[in-house]
Write a protein that binds this ligand. Sequence first.
Ligand SMILES: [Zn+2]
Length: 326
Amino acid sequence: MNIGSRISTGIDFDRDGKQVGYLNLPHSSDISAHGNICIPIAVIRNGDGPTALFEGGNHGDEYEGQVGLLKLIRSLQPDQIRGRVIILPSANFPAVEAGTRNSPIDGGNLNRSFPGDPNGGPTDMIAHYVDALIGEADIFVDLHSGGRTLRFLPYVMTRLTPRTPQAANMAALHAFGAPVAVVAGPEREERYAWSSAERRGIPCLTGEFGGSGQLSIEGLRIVERGVHNVLVHMGILRANAIPAPPTRVLASRGRTFSPDNGMFEPHFDVGDTVEAGALGGLVHFFDDPLREPRPVHIVHSGTIISMHHSGLTRRGDALFWVAGAA
Ligand SMILES: [Zn+2]
């Protein structure tokens, strides 16, 4: 595989067996003039067959995908599969190391950096490399959560657009076996990792499995089952799918943004059902005690799938994200 990157690796993507190593991204810094950022990667291959690419740590402070994939790296053996599994458990490694969404080195948000740039900063270089790996895959699974600033109802997600393989995306979505799934349409933002899959017409799942800077036990269980079931679904893992309850499929309706700066008192929680116009909460003005709090009215009817996590809010924060029956 010729990726055209300064990132090097001792991994041979076409070799049978289980290889666990690093992508070495040269980074000349004040503390390491000739150093590398070493990004963990695993390639498990057994003969010809489909390739599944799994990514965690696209954002550093999102943990269910990272831990689920670390467990997969240790447990999955070549004789259990046919084809190839490529696992990047902590894709934006500097952000993972720092426990932050974006890279502390260049401020880069990996999930707003695709298709990347081999001559850019570390985050752009990682995006460029992952974009090339996506091009080798028959399915790409990018595991997220809400990080430190959002919390989510755990769900798997896919996107149906004229450029996506819609039937394959929906089949993989149901195979994943999450209790809730969200189906999204086209977006103006095309710098996501999944945008790379969309441009290449490659089946893609993503998902949000927790948030608030923590590791959700339920989210991790959903991730582990989903990764297993996708591998079975793709004909890669020789095993039975783990039984799951029927998936409730929702479509994104839209977000409600904070109208002011202050302290947010929510009147609902993730998973609650709301009507458009409902009083979603109050923004309190801690610097002006006699000022009446400002009401926040929820814009869309449906199920709350994500909420702002911090008690502090600033004008423009996404306080609620609502989805409804697909
Ligand atoms: Zn994320």
